[in-house]
Design a protein around this ligand. Structure first.
Ligand SMILES: *[C@@H]1O[C@H](CO)[C@@H](O)[C@H](O)[C@H]1NC(C)=O
Length: 288
């Protein structure tokens, strides 16, 4: 029996393109692609840091690309006076009509709240911004920022609390990202032209370098391969793959409402000035 279970395990593990990668060594998962020594792997790859100074920012990209999955990573954001800095953490495909699922963290002056900016691009079109404050100081400790992406919806989670959901509205003719594999990107850069309420506050370079910290990356995701495109997924449920059908149960729906009530500071769906011809259709057709 044990032998059988073992062979079954080997079979499943090798035949599947579903990867559950808890990366001990972030160097195996990411390429440091920008900023020279401003992007660093420390502690045997368990910690990754990105820094920004007046000369340059820095960034990394995942080696693998994913088509649906759950991506978790712990981030500790730039502390102190981080106004003008933006730490972006997002999934993106390549090419002109790209898809993208974005977290961006907009720094602030000491003691004032970060803004978590979110957006989703489908086939090159974004304009679906929602922004939030957080219920904790994201510079004091590591917190987990997750993207759950399955054929039904996209969830943005912070410490496992959903802050945003975007349901698939293809049945109403609303495009949804479900064909283009995406890589995970992160970078830190200077955006004091716009990030501080339209450039109100400038980056204080005397405080540089500005450093963000990353650890505990986990991608429980489908990696497209020659034998699987990931678009038709096996339906056998396994515990790790709850993301494949993950949605909002009553409890997470309640938490989402709590975040929206107390921490949401911008929602494109309620920005009537911006859409005088009518709000985007997903705003009234879907329960997002
Ligand atoms: C910075 O702090 C101010 C004052 O609390 C707040 O209005 C703003 O949303 C914060 N974030 C940014 C990026 O300006």
């Amino acid at each position: 029996m044990a032998i059988l279970v073992f062979f079954l395990f080997v079979f499943v593990a090798t035949s599947s393109n579903f990867r559950a990668a808890l990366a001990g060594d972030l160097g195996q998962e990411f390429d440091l692609v920008w900023g020279d020594q401003r992007a660093k792997l420390l502690d045997g790859g368990r910690l990754l840091t990105l820094s920004l100074d007046q000369a340059s920012g820095s960034g990394f990209i995942s080696k693998k690309e994913y088509l649906f999955g759950r991506i978790d990573m712990q981030l500790k954001l730039v502390a102190g006076n981080s106004a003008g800095t933006v730490t972006a953490y997002y999934l993106s495909s390549q090419g002109p009509n790209h898809d993208e699922i974005d977290f961006e963290f907009l720094g602030n002056i000491t003691g004032e709240p970060y803004i978590v900016h979110t957006n989703v691009y489908t086939q090159g079109k974004g304009e679906r911004e929602q922004q939030f404050h957080l219920w904790f100081d994201p510079t004091k400790n590591f917190h987990t920022y997750s993207i759950v992406w399955n054929p039904q919806r996209i969830l943005f989670l912070v410490d496992n609390i959903p802050i945003r959901v975007l349901n698939n509205g293809e049945r109403f003719g609303i495009p949804f990202p479900n064909k283009q594999p995406m890589k995970l990107y992160s970078s830190i850069w200077n955006a004091d032209q716009w990030a501080t309420r339209g450039g109100l506050v400038k980056t204080d370079w005397s405080k540089s370098p500005f450093t963000a910290y990353y650890r505990n990356f986990n991608a429980d995701a489908c990696v497209p391969s020659a034998t699987s495109s990931c678009t038709s997924m096996p339906t056998t449920a396994t515990p790790n793959r709850a993301w494949r059908t993950q949605g909002l149960d009553p409890n997470s729906r309640r938490r989402l409402r709590w975040v929206h009530k107390y921490y949401m500071i911008y929602n494109y769906c309620t920005d009537l000035k911006r859409f005088p011809q009518g709000r985007p259709r997903e705003c009234h057709l879907l329960r997002n």
